[in-house]
Design a protein around this ligand. Structure first.
Ligand code: NDP
Ligand code: HEM
Length: 496
């Protein structure tokens, strides 16, 4: 028999269908607090969507160590071959709102939360090994160009290409975005990359710069623009449907985790800045070293609780894993926890997907809105530090080794140089096949078709610096009909 429906305070409901009114045709009485509670809760069901990466798909799984990397890191999650760690994954598009269609051309977020015995480690990456910009000052502006125009409330290709033309270092990432890999078939058919340079450090206090790679076992499968348009015409939720149904049918997805490793001394000798987020580390110089296998094999029980409430943060590292001087990473280390406090509240770390599962949590932070969990960790006298009450103390053995840094503080200009075109050139000329290059030309030409001629020419000049054939190919692929401005009020006019 069904159990009794109750208020949030546990009192039984007499009716969940009829308001309490003055007479059979009369107005509702204010004392119908159950009705008020019901409507008030509905009014509070939505939380702010993520300012970026709002549309996402999540699932759970396990990471298993397959190779010994303890010479690089003391992190216990990599402590021995065969070791398993529970993982929560969320994939996302960057620009679209929460209701955006899944198969849009965009970079995909690739976030993993590892519930390790030393706290949670979050790998908050993308399906691309690089990014559009390399200084956090440019991130809000970049994101603004991906979102809606303030007047038209439409996405603005003019703004996107205007910004990219002004930031030629973005051409590496824009090339990947406009290549076949710009629309993966599902979250499973793509690689994941930490993108930034991170660090690992071992028991001997040695630090290594590293890149994290997760290579798909499902293969890179992608949609063309035409296929994606057709899919969006019939379903906007293709990824969610695919992912949910695959996992419900018992078909899991796998990735092999690799690292690339660079010694601290070698960093200074590279022809490129190893902490520049617009650059990869070439495989030939820094071979992929296998670490383990990620298997995603089950759906979450409640999407809102586990995927909407999950709070990934590059600041969530564990002893043996650290940051690097990459200035974008430095900004991200601060930005995410700030976003979570706004989006989810002060104690977001205690929500089910974020709470450490396999390590104890003990700190001196007290009180605050929604302090719904124990306020004293079983030791009420130890509410300050130092104390005589055997309260928690720091463990100096988890201190990261010292890092030598250049002491000259300055706002160092980051001029665009020929070096910024070497890697996109290699991708364009050596990695992509003829057919892939053709499709890149077409996708790029189509994406910039609505732009003004001046923006197109500025962007084509950037492509020219990558490779003359690139600019030529995009020019030739450009649709013959004249560009159609998004509206009469786009920045096309403002710029004139
Ligand atoms: P490699 O030939 O060893 O690697 C080429 C890489 O390109 C592979 O990782 C491959 O991924 C990837 N790739 C293939 N098609 C695309 C695409 N459309 N978009 C993005 N990546 C793609 O050479 P290098 O390491 O010297 O790199 C050459 C260029 O490849 C780089 O300049 C960079 O643009 C790109 N690249 C490099 C990566 C790296 O970490 N070194 C990672 C990804 C791209 P897969 O193996 O999964 O097929
Ligand atoms: C989400 C900031 C660059 C990957 C977010 C969020 C913020 C943010 C505020 C929303 C967090 C939330 O509400 O949960 C920034 C800033 C950046 C930056 C300030 C640059 C300075 C990057 C880069 C990557 C990345 C370079 C990938 C390498 C992601 C992912 C998410 C995200 C995957 C979604 C996480 C999830 O699934 O919940 N970012 N970001 N971001 N960002 Fe960034």
């Amino acid at each position: 028999m069904a159990k009794t429906l109750t208020t949030t305070a546990g009192a039984p409901y007499a009716s969940n269908e009829t308001s309490k009114t003055a007479g059979p045709r009369g107005p509702v009485l204010l004392e119908d607090y159950q009705l008020i509670e019901k409507l008030a809760h509905q009014n509070r069901e939505r939380i702010p969507e993520r300012v970026v990466h709002a549309k996402g798909w999540g699932a759970q799984g396990t990471f298993t160590v397959t190779q010994d990397i303890t010479k690089y890191t003391r992190a216990k999650l990599f402590g021995e071959v065969g070791k398993k760690t529970e993982v929560l994954a969320r994939w996302s598009t960057v620009a679209g709102e929460q209701g955006a269609a899944d198969t849009e051309r965009d970079v995909r977020g690739f976030s993993l939360k590892f519930y390790t015995e030393e706290g949670n480690w979050d790998m908050v990456g993308n399906n691309t090994p690089i990014f559009f910009v390399r200084d956090a000052y440019k991130f809000p502006d970049f994101i603004r160009t991906q979102k809606r125009h303030p007047k038209t409330n439409l996405r603005s290709p003019e703004a996107m290409f205007d910004f990219w033309a002004g930031q030629p270092e973005s051409v590496h990432q824009v090339t990947i975005l406009m290549s076949d890999r710009g629309i993966p078939k599902s979250p499973f058919h793509q690689n994941g990359y930490g993108s930034h340079t991170f660090s690992l450090w071992n028991d001997a206090g040695e630090r290594f710069w590293v890149k994290f790679h997760f290579r798909t076992h499902q293969g890179h499968e992608t949609y063309s623009n035409e296929e994606a348009e057709r899919i969006i015409g019939s379903t906007r939720e293709q990824y969610q449907e695919y992912l949910y149904n695959e996992l419900e049918a018992g078909r899991s997805a796998k990735w092999t985790m690799f690292i690339q490793v660079m010694n601290e001394e070698d960093a200074a000798k590279q022809p490129f800045n190893p902490f520049d987020l617009t650059k990869v580390w070439p495989h030939a110089d820094f071979p992929l070293i296998e670490v383990g296998e990620l298997e995603i094999d089950r759906n979450v029980e409640n999407y809102f609780q586990m995927v909407e409430n999950v709070a990934f943060a590059p600041s969530n590292v564990v002893p043996g894993i650290g940051f690097s001087p990459d200035k974008m990473l430095q900004a991200r280390v601060w930005s995410y926890a700030d976003a979570h406090r706004y989006r989810l509240g002060t104690h977001y770390e205690m929500l089910p997907p974020n709470a450490a599962k396999n390590s104890d949590v003990r700190h001196y932070h007290k009180d605050g809105s929604m302090r719904f969990f124990s306020n004293d960790f079983g030791n009420p006298d130890a509410y300050y530090e130092p104390n005589q009450w055997d309260g928690p103390v720091a463990d100096p053995s988890t201190m990261e080794p010292p890092l030598k840094i250049d002491p000259e503080a300055y706002r160092y200009p980051q001029e665009v140089t020929d070096d910024d075109f070497v890697q996109p050139r290699k991708l364009y000329a050596e990695v992509l096949s003829d057919e892939e290059r053709q499709r890149l030309h077409q996708n790029m030409a189509g994406a910039m078709a609505p732009c003004s001629d001046s923006v197109k020419e500025r962007w084509l000049a950037v492509l020219e610096r990558v490779h003359p054939d690139y600019a030529k190919g995009v020019r030739e692929a450009a649709p013959s009909q004249p560009a159609i401005p998004v509206t009469d009020n786009t920045p096309v006019q403002a710029a004139e």
